[in-house]
Write a protein that binds this ligand. Sequence first.
Ligand code: FAD
Length: 294
Amino acid sequence: MTTSSSGAGSAGCTVAARLSEDPNVTVVLIEAGLPARGRLFEIPALFSQQLKTAFDWDFETEPEPRLGGRRAYLPRGRVIGGTSSMNTMLYVRGHRHDYDTWERLGNPGWGYDDVLPFFKKSEDNERGADDFHGAGGPLAVSDPISVHPLLTAWVEAAQDAGHKHNPDFNGPEQEGVGYHQVTQRNGLRPSSAAAFLEPAAGRANLTVLPSTTALRICFDGSHASLDEECVGRAPCCHRWRETGPAGEPDRSRKTEAVAGCVARRRAGAGASRSRRPSPHSTGQAAQAIRGVAR
Ligand SMILES: Cc1cc2nc3c(=O)[nH]c(=O)nc-3n(C[C@H](O)[C@H](O)[C@H](O)COP(=O)(O)OP(=O)(O)OC[C@H]3O[C@@H](n4cnc5c(N)ncnc54)[C@H](O)[C@@H]3O)c2cc1C
């Protein structure tokens, strides 16, 4: 089975790492941006230095009637690691009610009790494992190490005003005041690239293509595939259209979408060497990604 995944962001790095745990699956991860290198991406307080640079898609909203017709700035990361390389690292999973509503709307397997084991599996919480948290996973979760005195004053004032203290916003209850845990370790940011992709980068079945932009995703009912126009700039140009024996798009190949596109096909079904991305070997990508950490 081969999987091509477009967008090496929070979701893409995680999914690529998880899928490539299976040696029978070949995974190609396509990312428009470059590997995120250096302290700019690691030091939490520097996140604002990334805004409106080459590492930022620099999106904006449509004119907002409630903003007097102005457009709001929407930063998004354009690097391997995606927006997890520029966000403010608050570790917030969402409320139980959100997941249970998804399930109730007809999505079996998305209830809170279904997804909680996966959150725990991902997590390396420095407080250790309990009913809501995991330890030993790839994603570092820590208590903040530098809390501004104004924040402390605010939390105390809220408690004085009668609001309940909440020591864990990912625990049994989200309401209350307190301090968020953060996806940091020793005060530094591990992006999803550092947390998930770097440990997987040595796998022979995982290839990362930086500086490669998917130009079009074709949906066919529940299936999606990267069209032949989905090519990166030289030297990363490859054809990604999934074709059957007669050269026609093969609708039987199962495809999934995450934060971009993931296209799967059965091993040996129309596999072609021209589709195999060679310019950026796994080793090169591993080297590039490790550059993030230093
Ligand atoms: C300033 C800021 C602060 C934030 N703070 C927090 C926080 O504290 N806590 C929190 O939980 N969330 C926070 N978020 C939100 C969170 O970071 C995002 O919701 C999350 O990272 C989105 O993950 P994703 O995988 O959906 O997308 P992304 O991580 O954005 O990944 C998408 C990837 O796809 C790539 N891509 C896009 N188009 C193409 C294409 N055509 N071809 C190839 N590659 C492509 C992009 O370059 C990017 O790498 C913050 C966001 C911002 C901007």
